[in-house]
Design a binder for this molecule. Structure first.
Ligand SMILES: CN1c2c(nc(N)[nH]c2=O)NC[C@@H]1CNc1ccc(C(=O)N[C@@H](CCC(=O)N[C@@H](CCC(=O)N[C@@H](CCC(=O)O)C(=O)O)C(=O)O)C(=O)O)cc1
Ligand SMILES: N[C@@H](CCS)C(=O)O
Ligand SMILES: [Zn+2]
Length: 769
């Protein structure tokens, strides 16, 4: 009989228990043993949920205090010098210091900025980038995995530890001035020790995640795979190499031939790998088929999936394993937590996905069992109901889209002409200072929203409370001397969810939390059907904010690509189609803001880079529709209206041309943790429009001083003409407190003023530059 297993379970908790415990610990309100207790309770609950769902083999090692890659760095002793405290072994506080940074005036321990945070492949999860030095050594330093294996076994579970594989780990890290692959020989002995120790604990199978096998790999890395796994071969336990987020393609032969005992492939992202894989797999190996989508929330089409599995079972017998396509980290925890709604019948969250995997395995073994037949019949009926639902197909939305012409994606004049009109209108100083949009989402704001949701605060009371927050944010910005103000986004629960709630065609959850980084979560909305905007979404708030100041105030919207990437999309129509529907909805809002006199409109495309397919072969198709969606939503304004965009993941080297084609008048980007290195692409391409490279990292509570920001701006000026440079933080400030926000922004404004003096720049940039 096939084995039902799982690659990883969400760790944050159904009610975000881990988030709450972490934040309470960081505030000093609970001690380490209380935090650890919450972790243990969550792990126990999650293993039990998976076991109750019917899985045979449960993952251990998928729990992390902040991030799995960070935990792995601790395990192999890759701890940057600035976080080493002289202590022999790292502590939980070492881990949190690496994740969050430490201010020099705090705690008396080592100080320094946090490690870089970046996107986990093409997901909305962020990991902490390992930092490698030339003298890097590795040693087993963090016993968490072994302790959790004991913990799970003591609870009576059959476990499969999950570890990030050595090649993917090195690939995801950062090495300054040398080839990080050179570290492999130093790293592998530690992997050997880890595997030996797990074997000593009685572990039979270990899962080594090597998602980079789904990427275009240089030959040196392909060869390194063979070398590495040959060396790890002697460890006395069975190894399953797990690949996901894409197909193996040219790495198929390599992956199938590695000297390990099993291979997991993602058949949701790359169904074409089957049945070809059967011909490549050595006869002794287990094949784990990832057939239940770990990246979306739709129920699995069980009939269709069983056709594939039955064929596989015929060839593989007991060597067939069944699993979700990837870790379920990217899914909400449990659909049973939601209130009843028509759409629920179409959905499956992590717990339900485990049940689907178990059911598929049962259906293979006992296709005629009454409960199996019933479950398959139910599944069929549900899928049919969805296909014919009136919530999905809206002829008026489709007709509007069909009438779109290329001219709708063209600004009236080229950038050089537009910027002159905009400078004339805006009268901004050189190096204009601004922020990315959000100001601190304080407990008071969140509590007001909760009270409003629960009916304890009327619509008018809620509006007045948010207007109070807007007045406060505007007044603080004026006092700080910022040049372009924002309303602060107090009224938004999230930059995507807020808009999704106002666009017809979306569905929402109440508890569908997914970890984004550390303790921060998002609740992605679900695109059910055709999308349109029935009424203005931001006009009242932004109009109100503009009445509070004479300075220019940026209208703040989320762009179509980001709306799509950070939602759970439909699978019955293309991503392009969904992005174009969203673009029209946002275009309507842009035009309403312009008509209301808003002179600058920022359309955030924070997820633009993340949407880029993992394999280069898919890039152009994506870039064409993604750029066009942005242009479609932004191009309908006059030359005097300045369009900004913002992206928080700025590795643009290879797509800078597409970024330029978006033709935003100003782009603000995240660059501070990379010390402005990411601007190199803009310099090399001679990017024509204006740029605001982030001068400080907003993910950390640390307040950088103005000299630090000035130094970064000087680096920026080496790469970008001074008259096109803006000054802003890396991203929005919603996660920060007011005290640190004001301190950091005051330093930022001071840095901009010093820069103006140093470079003798005019107070107002002339229009003909
Ligand atoms: C820019 N980022 C975003 C990404 N994806 C998004 N969808 N949105 C983003 O902004 N991806 C990349 C980055 C990731 N960065 C972040 C940064 C910050 C957060 C974050 O702060 N998340 C919040 C949850 C936000 C939210 O939905 N808030 C709601 C509900 C708040 C709440 O918990 N209410 C309580 C009651 C009130 C209380 O006591 O505090 C409750 O309901 O129980 C709201 O404001 O109404 C987080 O807390 O993690 C995410 C990604
Ligand atoms: N306007 C948003 C962008 C985040 S990427 C914010 O400031 O939070
Ligand atoms: Zn951002």
């Amino acid at each position: 009989m096939a084995i039902a297993h799982n690659l990883g379970f969400p760790r944050i908790g159904r009610d975000r228990e881990l988030k709450k415990a972490l934040e309470t610990y960081w505030r000093g309100e609970i001690d380490e043993s209380e935090l650890r207790q919450t972790g243990a309770e969550l792990r126990a609950a999650h293993w039990q949920l998976q076991r109750d769902a019917g899985l045979d083999l449960l993952p251990v090692g998928d729990f992390a205090w902040y991030d799995g890659v960070l935990g792995h760095s601790l395990m192999v002793g890759a701890i940057p010098e600035r976080f080493r405290d002289g202590a022999a072994e790292p502590t939980l506080d070492t881990l949190f210091a690496m994740a969050r940074g430490v201010s020099s005036h705090c705690c008396g321990g080592p100080a320094g900025p946090a490690s870089e945070l970046t996107k986990w492949f093409d997901t909305n999860y962020h990991y902490l980038v390992p930092e490698f030095s030339l003298e890097q050594s590795f040693q087993l330093s963090w016993p968490q995995l072994f302790e959790e294996v004991d913990e799970a076994r003591a609870l009576g579970h059959r476990v499969k530890p999950v570890i990030l594989g050595p090649l993917s780990y090195l690939w995801l890290g950062k090495a300054q001035g040398f080839d990080k692959l050179e570290l492999l020989e130093r790293l592998l002995p530690v992997y050997g020790q880890i595997l030996d120790r797990l074997a000593g604990q009685g572990v039979e199978w270990v899962q080594l995640d090597e998602p980079i096998l789904a990427l275009d790999l240089p030959q040196a890395w392909k060869s390194a795979f063979e070398r590495a796994y040959h060396l790890l071969q002697r460890a006395p336990l069975k190894k399953l190499v797990a690949t996901y987020f894409g197909g193996l393609e040219d790495n198929l032969g390599l992956a199938a031939g590695l000297p390990v005992d099993g291979l997991h492939i993602d058949l949701v992202r790359a169904p074409e790998q089957f049945p070809q894989i059967l011909d490549w797999l050595p006869a002794y190996k287990v094949l784990s088929l990832g057939v239940v989508n770990g990246r979306n929330v739709w129920r699995c089409d069980l009939d269709k999936t069983l056709q594939v599995l039955s064929q596989a079972a015929e060839r593989l017998g007991e060597r067939l394993w069944v699993a979700p396509s990837c870790s379920l980290l990217h899914c909400p925890v449990d659909l049973r937590r939601e209130a009843p709604a028509e759409a629920n019948q179409w959905l499956a969250f992590a717990v339900q996905k485990c049940e689907e995997v178990a059911l598929l395995v049962r259906a293979l073994a006992q296709p005629d069992a009454a409960e199996v037949r019933q479950a398959l019949a139910d599944n069929r009926a549900v899928l049919q109901r969805r296909a014919s639902s009136r919530h999905i197909h809206k002829p008026e939305v489709q007709a509007r889209l069909a009438a779109v012409e290329p001219r709708h994606s063209e600004r009236a004049a080229p950038f050089a002409e537009r910027i002159a009109s905009q400078r004339e209108r805006l009268q901004l100083p050189a190096f204009p200072t601004t922020t990315i949009g959000s100001f601190p989402q304080t407990p008071a704001i969140r509590q007001a929203r909760q009270a409003h949701r629960q009916g304890r605060l009327s619509d008018v009371e809620y509006r007045d409370a948010m207007r109070g927050e807007i007045r406060h944010a505007v007044a603080r910005q004026e006092a700080l001397g910022l040049d372009v103000l924002v309303h602060g986004e107090a009224e938004r629960n999230d930059m995507v969810e807020y808009f999704a709630e106002q666009i017809d065609g979306y569905a929402f959850t109440r508890f569908g939390w997914v970890q984004s980084y550390g303790s921060r979560c998002v609740k992605p909305a679900i695109i059910l059907g055709d999308l349109h905007r029935p009424r203005p979404m931001t006009l009242d708030w932004i109009g109100y904010a503009q009445t509070q100041t004479d300075k220019p105030l940026k209208g703040m919207l989320t762009g179509p690509v980001t709306m799509l990437m950070w939602s759970f999309p439909r699978e019955d129509v293309s991503a392009e189609q969904q992005a174009r529907q969203l673009a029209l909805a946002i275009r309507d809002e842009v035009q309403d803001l312009e008509a209301a006199g808003v002179s600058i409109i920022q359309i955030d495309e924070a997820a633009f880079r993340e949407g880029l397919p993992l394999r280069r072969a898919g890039w152009q198709v994506y870039l064409d529709w993604a750029v066009d969606a942005f242009r479609l939503c932004s191009a309908g304004v006059s030359n005097e209206t300045q369009i900004h965009t913002h992206m928080c993941y700025s590795e643009f080297n290879e797509i800078i041309e597409a970024i330029a084609t978006m033709d935003a008048d100003v782009i603000t980007i995240e660059t501070s943790r990379s010390q402005m290195e990411l601007l190199e692409a803009f310099r090399a391409f001679d990017y024509p429009n204006e740029i605001g490279p982030g001068v400080y990292d907003i993910h950390s509570p640390r307040v950088p001083d103005s000299s630090e920001m000035l130094a970064l701006l000087e680096k920026a000026i080496e790469r970008i003409p001074a008259e096109r440079l803006w000054v802003n933080p890396d991203c929005g400030l919603k996660t920060r407190g007011w005290a640190e926000t004001e301190a950091a922004l005051a330093n930022m404004v001071s840095a901009a003023r010093q820069l103006r003096e140093r470079h003798g720049m005019a107070a107002v940039i002339p229009c003909d530059v």
